[in-house]
Design a protein around this ligand. Structure first.
Ligand code: HEM
Ligand code: NAG
Ligand code: NAG
Ligand code: NAG
Ligand code: NAG
Length: 332
């Protein structure tokens, strides 16, 4: 009996210390702006809904910005800084230039928030809020966005050049995710964001015509789907011609991405590899199968993984600043 109760109290102690340690770390919370900017959710939503009226793709584009921000020195708005005498912008990185979009909408959100509650809401939090609202407004899951991030005064182009690439092997993708504390479940769930939005023909056309210099298409690509893709992306097409990432419901956030992968219809090499790479069998393939078998399993995991991604080394407390203009460091 006494060893039973002492084991309970040591467990309690361990839990206590884990909570204490976490308490001294960066803490984000969903009620962070409750008193200082109570309308923040409503303002973000109204700006992006307005933008969506003339740009059906904007929800996908905004969602992607949070990913490209968080993977480079944490979710700190570094992505949004333009080049200046002190900043080398991440926007010029290979995977970002001529690919990321939505920056003027972020500016419009910031402007509306500066009007309602000046100097309060960070640009990093704007990206987290816009990423959630975009998924929810596209028919996907909703989640409680954790807030309280502050904005960096630096950017890191080298970090941005090292973002996960559509040509990466599964091993490289897994190691880039694990380097920021995200595991295989996060990798598969977050890749499910490719259920909406567009990709440029130039990014994947090597899979249609000349895969790894073989002169043949990628053997993991479904033949019927390849023919469809070849029609929209002929060999002489402009690099920047657009193709839906997910053909069935291109602007709806659903689990069709996983059904596609099950049928060898993943658009990017990095999508199909999650099932078809040799080392997927013991890592990501079972997770693909589980999300393909049940949309609600995908949705709950996607929400959890977005929160995990949003927790990547934020600046908090008196670190960084609240930028007045997301493109420039204050007083510069
Ligand atoms: C696993 C590694 C990933 C790779 C290699 C990757 C790669 C890509 C590529 C190449 C494109 C098309 C870009 C273009 O053609 O200009 C794209 C688009 C997109 N990605 Fe990813 N991505 C990854 C993970 C993610 C994650 C984690 C998210 C969000 C949680 C995401 C959200 C999106 C969205 C929504 C689009 C469409 C954007 C638009 O239409 O503007 N991706 N991604
Ligand atoms: C980014 O794209 C523009 C064309 O829109 C090009 O002029 C510029 O050189 C590119 N920047 C880099 C760093 O590749
Ligand atoms: C920028 O990112 C690279 C790659 O992630 C990292 O090695 C480097 O230390 C970072 N630079 C700064 C100044 O933080
Ligand atoms: C990844 O981490 C989550 C907790 O964030 C956990 O529930 C899940 O089982 C982990 N997945 C793998 C493959 O380890
Ligand atoms: C395929 O690519 C390889 C290497 O890039 C090249 O040598 C070869 O000529 C290409 N084949 C065709 C049919 O275009």
């Amino acid at each position: 009996m006494s060893s039973y109760s002492s084991s309970i109290s040591s467990t309690t102690l361990v839990i206590f210390f884990v909570l204490l340690l976490r308490g001294t770390e960066a803490q984000l919370s969903s009620d962070f702006y409750d008193h200082t900017c109570p309308d923040v959710y409503h303002i973000v939503r109204s700006v992006i809904k307005h933008a969506h009226k003339s740009d059906i793709r904007i929800y996908a584009s905004l969602n992607r910005l949070h990913f490209h921000d968080c993977f480079v020195q944490g979710c700190d708005g570094s992505l949004l800084l333009d080049s200046s005498s002190t900043i080398v912008s991440e926007k010029n990185a290979i995977g970002n230039n001529n690919s990321l979009r939505g920056f003027p909408v972020v500016d419009a959100i910031k402007e509306a928030l500066e009007h309602a509650c000046p100097g309060v809401v960070s640009c990093a939090d704007i990206l987290a809020l816009a990423a959630e609202a975009s998924v929810e407004l596209s028919g996907g899951p909703k989640w409680c966005v954790l807030l309280g991030r502050r904005d960096s005064t630096t950017a890191n182009l080298t970090g941005a050049q090292n973002l996960p690439s559509p040509f990466d092997s599964l091993q490289a993708l897994r190691s880039k995710f694990s380097a920021v504390g995200l595991n295989d479940t996060d990798l598969v769930a977050l890749s499910g964001a490719h259920t909406f939005g567009r990709a440029q023909c130039g990014i994947f056309s090597y899979r249609l015509y000349n895969f790894s210099g073989t002169g043949q298409p990628d053997p993991t690509l479904n033949g019927d789907y390849r023919v469809q893709l070849q029609q929209n992306c002929p060999q002489n097409a402009n690099f920047n011609r657009l193709n839906n990432l997910e053909p069935t419901m291109p602007d709806i956030f659903d689990y069709n991405y996983f059904l596609d992968i099950e049928n060898n219809r993943g658009l990017l090499q990095s999508d199909q590899e999650l099932l078809s790479a040799v080392d997927a069998v013991s890592t990501t393939a079972p997770i693909i199968n589980s999300f393909a078998s049940d949309q609600s399993t995908f949705f709950s995991n996607f929400a959890a993984s977005m929160i995990n991604m949003g927790n990547i080394s934020p600046l908090t407390g008196d670190q960084g600043e609240i930028r007045k203009n997301c493109r420039v460091v204050n007083d510069s």
